[in-house]
Design a protein around this ligand. Structure first.
Ligand code: FAD
Length: 394
């Protein structure tokens, strides 16, 4: 079958990989003009880790990943006030845990298909038309593809979801926070393999040192404190970040200075996507487009890969019945993904305390995690995947 996949992020290339193994003809369409490596760093473990092994890319992932050693919470003047050793992540996952720039992970996944799949960069889907026995996909650049199935793997702001289901606002659940993430070279302060973070009521900022003298910065703030509007332009986003983080203590002024020098950065509200169904006829949603759990889940990449793996497998089992495959894929995963979304919502409040007392509690609680049983108790649960990957015959 010919299968159009919109989005060459995490879910899209993973799906293409397993569809090729099933003997199908996937085609990728990606709005970015070229492949972007780098970006914010994602923790990667669990089902995603296992699927990366099955794709034969886990060594590449580990090579480009980082083994964080410590999460350090600091005060306004930079003194360590809380935190824990990050070996709890490795212990709980039996050493199957790494942290890797999202773009690097996407590139590694894409490399497995790139010479075998028609890929259009700098393009998108303008319209979908159901022809009865297939789908016509009209491309923004002109022209069209006739395919058997269309997959929306185009992230939180999915075009395919919008075309087939309607406006994002109907399916988006904002969690009450915004995030900005960016990287820059030459930041003078470095703490290799330590995630250094400072919180004030309603906000937090962090840095993580990368190879090649680069540093990743992450800024989070609560809508309750600073307003829920999401500015559209880069200039307005910069201005909002400046007004929120000005005077926030620790390295806030230096980090705002770096923000002024970067050409592009990630900025968005933190939201989940809740769909009444993940497929409709010959159109199927995957990854963040279908059921974004948000960065609060710390596992969106692994979940996106799991969904891609299961969809490809169910397509094989259904003998090419795309409607049945879409339903079977959702039936297998819905309960598991709903639980991940619920856990992410519960975690959100503890990541960014709203009060000075909450900031203090966060520091004390993370200090208690020096005791392995306490760390295992708090973190172990969030690292468990209550889903067994089916053994499809890829
Ligand atoms: C700051 C931050 C930190 C995170 N931390 C973690 C973490 O620690 N661990 C973890 O596992 N996950 C984390 N996540 C979540 C994770 O990044 C996502 O869940 C994951 O990338 C989802 O994969 P995806 O393929 O569904 O979507 P994406 O990775 O978003 O890929 C979608 C692709 O579609 C393309 N696209 C978008 N619109 C269109 C269009 N109209 N037409 C064509 N192409 C389009 C995009 O350019 C992109 O390449 C984090 C997210 C953020 C924002």
């Amino acid at each position: 079958m010919k299968i159009a996949i919109c989005g060459a992020g995490i879910a899209g290339p993973t799906l293409a990989h397993f569809l090729l193994r099933e003997g199908h003809e996937p085609m990728l369409i990606e709005s970015a003009p070229a492949f972007r490596t780098g970006g914010y760093v994602v923790d990667f473990w669990g089902l995603g880790f296992t699927i990366a092994e099955r794709m034969g890319v886990i060594d590449a992932v580990l090579d480009r990943g980082y083994q964080a050693e410590e999460v350090r919470l600091v005060t306004r003047d930079g003194h360590a006030a809380g935190g824990f050793k990050a070996d709890v992540f490795r212990r709980m996952t039996h050493d199957r845990f790494t942290s890797i720039p999202r773009g690097d992970l996407a590139e590694i996944l894409f490399e497995t298909v790139k010479d075998r799949v028609e890929t259009r960069f700098g393009d998108s889907v303008a319209a979908l038309h159901d022809t009865g026995d297939g789908m016509e996909v009209r491309l923004e650049s002109g022209g069209s593809w006739d395919v058997d199935m269309v997959v929306g793997a185009d992230g939180l702001h999915s075009r395919i979801r919008q075309l087939a289901w309607g406006a994002q606002s109907e399916f988006e659940r904002p969690l009450g926070y915004h995030v900005a993430a960016f990287e820059a070279a030459g930041y003078p302060k470095r703490d290799d393999n330590v995630y250094v973070t400072h919180s004030e009521p309603g906000l937090s900022l962090a840095r993580f040192s990368l190879r090649g003298d680069r540093t990743l910065f992450m800024m989070l703030f609560s809508d309750e404190h600073f307003g829920a509007e999401t500015p559209e332009t880069l200039a307005d986003q910069r201005a909002l970040l400046r007004s929120v983080f000005d005077g926030a203590g620790w390295e806030a002024q230096e980090i705002l200075g770096v923000l002024d020098t970067v050409e592009a950065f990630y900025f968005d509200r933190i939201s989940q996507i809740e769909m009444p169904e993940w497929s409709r006829g010959r159109v199927v949603l995957l990854g963040d487009a279908a059921a974004c759990a948000s960065l609060m889940a710390g596992e969106g990449t692994g979940l996106a890969m799991t969904e891609a793996y299961v969809l490809a497998g169910e397509l094989g089992r259904s003998g090419g019945d795309v409607v049945a495959a879409g339903r079977a894929y959702e039936a297998r995963l819905r309960h598991f993904i709903d639980a991940k979304q619920k856990a992410a919502r519960a975690f959100a409040g503890s990541m960014i305390p709203e009060t000075a007392f909450g900031v203090w509690v966060q520091r004390i609680a993370t200090r208690a995690m020096v005791l392995p049983p306490i760390a295992d108790f708090f973190i172990g649960d969030s690292l468990r995947d209550d889903f067994v990957l089916p053994d499809y015959e890829f």
